[in-house]
Design a protein around this ligand. Structure first.
Ligand code: ADP
Ligand code: TYD
Length: 213
């Protein structure tokens, strides 16, 4: 099963992805937790290019899209597909929905291009379950104030308003898999909400497996 966490920077994804992995491991379920971009030698190098603020000329939106795609393609090929064939659950901190939100809505690249490139980079893989942590931009900025902003985090409020719009667009389009979670709740409340939904999905999975037999 592939579970993804999505939302704007500072929404609390990484915290929740780690808590879910920990809880599943306590139940003796094999879990792999990964973040994008990253997770392979190439993907980590691409990550450092993507988040570097020192470019003398801005990175072209198309170049940015293709770099995220290159990082993803390598991770899917080397790590995610093999892991899904031997593990119970792979958890990803960001995946293809980030590309639609940031490069599609944030940068304005046509969604038809994004969708082709996402499908290619992800080998047509789609998440079974996605948690979109929804928080207002002001709160995300407040939560991030202690860390130094990387290249994308230094973008304008208008950019982030578009990214948020992009996430809501996808939540409507893929309401079967995307669960919008109120990210303003406490860490524990959010974790419990997520845990309930994961348990429900796992129940369906087991039921479907028996049905097929
Ligand atoms: P993201 O991965 O989405 O950028 P993080 O999980 O790293 O976000 O969280 C950003 C900051 O906000 C961290 O300092 C984290 O401890 C804090 N945080 C996360 N979730 C909550 C929450 N529900 N309430 C208050 N603070 C939170
Ligand atoms: P990261 O430090 O991992 O941010 P966070 O902890 O908020 O997830 O940086 C990843 C950045 O890359 C983040 O600003 C979102 C952006 N991003 C895209 O623009 N497109 C993508 O396809 C992905 C995966 C990430």
């Amino acid at each position: 099963m592939l579970i993804t966490f999505e939302g704007i920077d500072g929404c609390g994804k990484s915290t929740q992805a780690a808590l879910l992995a920990e809880r599943l491991r306590k139940e003796h379920i094999e879990v792999l937790l990964l973040r994008e971009p990253g997770g392979t030698e190439l993907s980590e190098q691409v990550r450092s290019i993507l988040l570097n603020k020192e470019f003398t000329r801005p990175l072209a939106a198309e170049a940015e899209l293709l770099l995220f795609a290159a990082s993803r393609a390598q991770l899917v090929h080397d790590v995610i597909l093999p892991a899904l064939s031997r593990m119970d659950i792979v958890i990803l901190d960001r995946f293809t929905d980030s590309t639609v939100a940031y490069q599609g809505f944030g940068r304005g690249i046509p969604l038809s291009h994004i969708s082709h490139i996402n499908a290619l980079a992800a080998s047509e893989l789609e998440p079974d379950l996605t948690f979109l942590l929804d928080i207002p931009l002001e709160l995300a900025l407040k939560r991030r104030k202690d860390t130094k902003n990387d290249r994308i985090e230094s973008e304008s409020e208008i950019f982030y308003a578009h990214v948020l719009q992009g996430y809501m667009y996808q939540a409507n389009l893929h309401s079967d898999r995307i669960n919008v979670i109120n990210g303003e709740d406490s860490i524990e409340e959010i974790h419990n909400n997520i845990w309930r939904l994961v348990e429900y999905e796992r129940g369906n999975d087991i039921f479907n497996a028996h049905h097929v037999e």
